[in-house]
Design a protein around this ligand. Structure first.
Ligand SMILES: CC(C)(COP(=O)(O)OP(=O)(O)OC[C@H]1O[C@@H](n2cnc3c(N)ncnc32)[C@H](O)[C@@H]1OP(=O)(O)O)[C@@H](O)C(=O)NCCC(=O)NCCS
Length: 139
């Protein structure tokens, strides 16, 4: 198992992984999301390889106040073996290194698996409403 920054050659494997993990949405073009991330803290976009194949990803970022986590994914065939925990530990290490005091993330309320996972690794629900405003349409 190896965790390293995303490289352009990973793109199609990563999009395929996100598709198999149910992370794609019509309003988010994954290739545009990758291109945007490669312009901002690309070193915080991590890929986990097992036997040379992409088995997981996490896209982290720090804007000077909070760290953010997106696109956390582990191949359905490789789950419950600690890979998600390892990806999050590395993202957390890199965010701490940058002085980040707290991580925020958004998870759909019906994603019970992910909520159970995040609870196991120390995340708790914040008393906040998640608001969003789209600045650029992908579809
Ligand atoms: C969420 C996800 C990344 C977890 O990856 P994983 O590699 O299976 O997680 P781990 O094996 O590292 O699990 C870490 C801990 O969480 C627990 N856990 C993981 N999945 C769980 C589940 N579905 N239900 C209950 N607990 C779970 C594990 O038991 C483990 O606990 P322990 O170490 O105390 O025994 C994976 O299920 C996934 O890719 N889901 C689809 C994509 C997704 O929803 N991403 C999040 C978007 S916000």
């Amino acid at each position: 198992m190896n965790i390293r920054p995303f490289q352009p050659a990973d793109q199609e494997s990563v999009v395929d992984l996100w598709s198999r993990c149910g992370l794609l949405r019509p309003w988010n073009d994954p290739r545009k999301d990758i291109a945007r991330k490669l312009r901002v803290q690309p070193e915080l976009f991590l890929v986990l390889e097992v036997d040379g194949s992409v088995a997981g990803t996490v896209m982290a970022g720090y804007e000077g106040h909070r760290g953010w986590i997106n696109y956390l994914a582990v191949d359905p065939d490789a789950r419950r073996r600690g890979l998600g925990r390892a990806l999050m530990a590395e993202a957390e290490r890199l965010l701490r290194e940058r002085g980040c005091p707290k991580i925020n993330l958004q998870v759909r309320r019906d994603n019970h698996q992910a909520i159970a996972f995040y609870a196991r690794i120390g995340f708790a629900e914040d008393a906040s409403v998640s608001l969003g405003k789209r600045l650029e349409r992908d579809d």
